[in-house]
Design a protein around this ligand. Structure first.
Ligand SMILES: Nc1ncnc2c1ncn2[C@@H]1O[C@H](COP(=O)(O)OP(=O)(O)OP(=O)(O)O)[C@@H](O)[C@H]1O
Ligand SMILES: [Mg+2]
Length: 309
């Protein structure tokens, strides 16, 4: 089973408006609510790829109940830790020119005792998992080394763990040497503090993570594809040129594919090819985490892989 952990679940609301005028009454034409948080996108993709998945994380209040109902309707298996707090709501307002304005609630602060109880619950769930994914930001009140703790728990149980986050959560999490990390180009540039870093600079920085004990580093480069750095070499994979519909959540789709690939013991090259095909397939559909398996098969054949060293 693949377990996806989402520390900052949200109810995402997409508001379609003709135009958005500051200081005026703005009427919404269409509302599309989704159960959001990066780990839930990962879970959707794993489900679409027909691997067994459980989504966990923290939810609460009426919004938390609504999120659970929405996941029931989608047929996604979840096992959340419920807290006496209201889950947050995030609004994305899109006008007819496709300008997007996001209004993100910070969410309520969680008490340290509840964080401890959550970690106990997750430890039990990890026992049932083969692969664990950790994605996105954390709730207010969670310690910055929470991913470090979670990674250590997974590794104590000899399971594999993928980390996909940014900033201090990433910097501290990485010290526990997760099995695989999937930063994007910006996240690596933030770590090395170089703007427009060259591929060589990115690779030599990522090789330090391998020295630290990380087994595989996948650096996603948007339409350009991705790099895979392991102890066995460095590869670059490129998807074919495609007409994308919605690129939101491509990174999450890639993490879903990487989790499935690890669970099936794919070789490095196949893992890279497969994760690029799946994430590129996600960009061909309107909704995040939706994958057409025929697209994956066609794209899989068209990904080009080059061994760089
Ligand atoms: N325009 C595109 N055409 C083809 N493939 C794409 C495109 N954009 C993204 N992808 C695929 O998705 C992967 C992940 O994309 P990206 O690097 O944008 O991730 P990300 O920044 O982590 O995304 P997010 O965090 O928003 O989910 C890429 O490595 C690539 O395989
Ligand atoms: Mg990302």
């Amino acid at each position: 089973m693949i377990l996806t952990i989402t520390l900052n679940v949200a109810l995402d609301k997409y508001y379609k408006v003709p135009s958005l005028v500051n200081g005026e009454v703005n009427r919404v034409e269409k509302v599309i609510p989704t159960a959001g948080g990066k780990g839930l996108n990962v879970a959707r993709v794993v489900n679409e790829l027909e691997s067994t998945v459980t989504a966990t994380g923290i939810v609460g209040g009426h919004t938390g109940n609504l999120i659970c109902e929405m996941l029931d309707a989608e047929g996604l298996t979840y096992d959340f830790f419920k807290v006496p707090l209201e889950s947050r709501t995030c609004i994305n307002i899109v006008d007819s020119s496709r300008n997007s304005t996001e209004i993100l609630e910070a969410g309520e602060r969680i008490d340290p005792d509840l964080v401890t109880e959550f970690l106990n619950k997750v430890t039990d769930l990890i026992c049932l998992a083969d692969i664990v994914t950790l994605s996105g930001s954390a709730m207010k009140g969670m310690p910055e080394d929470i991913y470090y703790h979670l990674i250590s728990i997974v590794k104590e149980q000899n399971k594999q763990v993928i980390l996909d986050t940014s900033g201090n959560l990433f910097a501290k999490g990485i010290l526990a040497a997760p099995t695989l990390i999937k930063p994007n180009r910006q996240e690596i540039e933030q770590m090395i503090q170089i703007k427009n870093a060259s591929i060589e600079e990115i690779i030599s920085f990522c090789e330090e993570y391998i020295t630290l004990g990380v087994k595989k580093v996948v650096v996603s480069l948007g339409a350009e594809g991705a790099l895979l750095i392991t102890g066995n070499g460095v590869w670059k994979g490129e998807p074919p040129k495609i007409n994308t519909v919605n690129t939101v959540g491509s990174g999450d789709s890639m993490v879903g594919a990487l989790a499935v690939g690890l669970s099936k013991d794919y070789t490095d090259e196949i893992l890279l090819r497969y994760s690029i095909a799946v994430s590129a397939a996600n960009t061909l559909t309107e909704s995040t985490g939706q994958i057409n398996r025929e697209d994956v098969s066609k794209l899989y054949e068209k990904v080009t892989i080059t061994k760089l060293s």
